[in-house]
Design a protein around this ligand. Structure first.
Ligand SMILES: [Zn+2]
Length: 209
């Protein structure tokens, strides 16, 4: 039996081929989270996986902005947007979950970033800060009150998911050992500061969960 009660959910963010070495938007050492997360997930009764899942002409792709390069920032109607290499295009091999991810009891796979005009780092609320994915309702309906977030990347999708969990009234923590960062333009330090300010607990090692 999992030792962690069902009211605390593990959210495994975007452990997909494109975010691992060899992928289109590789997070350094991204694959290293896989065994850590597999072991961690066995201790949870409630597990959610997320999957970045974009149309091929998604507006977060630098290829959709003439004269722009990946990792530049542009202004979108909802605010600043980092431009990325094309990644996690729906139903392509790069969008698949990492093949070594072994969490058969995960009850929910939340796809995100499917609206062409809006990015969604967060598993709960798209980047326009208005459109809900519905995951908050799924969690609440199951009596979840706290979430533990891990995966890729710490400074974007993991951080935004943890921050939005707080926004929706959940307790939230992030497991560093089970996450890896992109760290562009100081993004990692900024993310940890924002999470600390929002009351997200920082857990260094998976065994401390
Ligand atoms: Zn994306």
């Amino acid at each position: 039996m999992p030792e962690i009660p069902a009211s605390t959910a593990l959210i495994v963010v975007d452990v997909q081929k494109d975010f691992c070495p060899g992928g289109a938007l590789a997070v350094p050492e991204g694959h290293a989270v896989v065994p850590v997360i597999n072991a961690l997930a066995r201790r949870f009764a409630t597990v959610v996986l997320t999957q970045d899942w974009h149309p091929a002409d998604h507006r977060s792709f630098a290829s959709q902005h003439a004269g722009r390069a990946p990792f530049e920032t542009v202004e979108m109607p909802y605010g600043p947007q980092v431009l990325w290499p094309d990644h996690c295009v729906m139903a392509t091999p790069g969008a698949a979950l990492h093949p070594d991810l072994d969490i058969p009891h995960a009850a929910m796979i939340q796809r995100k970033g499917m609206h062409r005009e809006v990015d969604s780092y967060s598993a709960l609320l798209e980047a326009d800060r208005r459109t809900r994915t519905g995951l908050d309702g799924w969690l609440s309906a199951r009596g979840v009150r706290a979430v533990v977030v891990c995966g890729l990347a710490t400074d974007f999708c993991v951080a935004w998911t943890a921050l939005d969990a707080r926004r929706f009234g959940f307790e939230a923590s992030v497991v560093e050992e089970a996450s890896r960062a992109i760290d562009t333009g100081g993004s990692l330090a900024r993310a940890w500061a924002e999470m600390a300010a929002a009351g997200v607990r920082r857990i260094a090692r998976a065994e401390e969960v």
